[in-house]
Design a protein around this ligand. Structure first.
Ligand SMILES: [Mg+2]
Length: 222
């Protein structure tokens, strides 16, 4: 079957989320030091990374947790400085991976349909898509809110196929999360591609049909 559509995961597949996170943390630490935090930048950065590692990368109370951990209390001027710098950085630096835009553009030129299947909520996903300026390059977007199910559940994949009016074996799925993206798309019968560049873990077996180090490599797969 020739590939008629390429479907992408969003975070760490199209968006360099980890790089963004690191920049947010660094700028937040600088701002907290200016607000009176008496710690070296590296030390403070490492403590925040540790808290994220223990509590999950989506921890929404990271600055409260950090303040409690290093100061034994919630220091509002310091937390506020960190939160402002973090948010400012997040809004200004949300960027696609190198070659993501040119790859999407080339797919569109070749007449191949494109889409996103993400576990992010609808608003979060659209804020990211808008920041990346890729809306015009996408035929479909399926978010968590569209099915209420997370990958590897078949529902988000089915929804994407329905909207594209295609069969699973006509689609290539690209993602960085083996248990969700690759396992889910594999069990649907899609061709799968592991975005090795988006994964911080050492992976020995991805179970994907292809593995790539640069998003542009998709163009030679299809
Ligand atoms: Mg991902």
């Amino acid at each position: 079957m020739p590939t008629k559509a390429v479907l992408f995961d969003l975070d760490n597949t199209l968006i360099d989320f980890m790089k963004l996170k690191r920049m947010c943390i660094e700028n937040a630490v600088d701002a907290m030091i200016d607000a009176g935090l008496e710690l070296h930048k590296t030390e403070a950065t490492n403590i925040i990374l540790e808290i994220y590692f223990d509590s999950g990368i989506e921890n929404q109370r990271i600055f409260q947790d950090f303040s409690n951990k290093v100061l034994g209390r919630e220091d509002y001027p310091i937390m506020a400085a960190g939160i402002n710098a973090y948010r400012r950085t997040k809004v200004s630096y949300m960027e696609p991976y190198p070659h993501a835009i040119s790859t999407l553009t080339e797919l569109v030129k070749r007449g191949i349909k494109t889409g996103i299947v993400t576990d992010a909520g609808k608003m979060q996903a659209w804020i990211r898509i808008s920041a990346l300026k890729i809306r015009h390059l996408l035929d479909i977007v399926v978010t968590f809110d569209d099915t209420g199910k997370q990958k590897p559940n078949p529902e988000p994949f089915k929804k994407a196929l329905n909207e594209l009016n295609l069969e699973a074996n006509e689609c290539l799925f690209v993602g960085d999360w083996i248990e969700r993206d690759i396992a889910g798309a594999n069990s649907m019968g899609m061709t799968t591609c592991f975005a090795r560049y988006g994964s911080e873990k050492k992976v020995t077996e991805s179970h994907a049909n292809y593995e790539i180090d640069d998003i542009r490599d998709i163009l030679s797969i299809i």
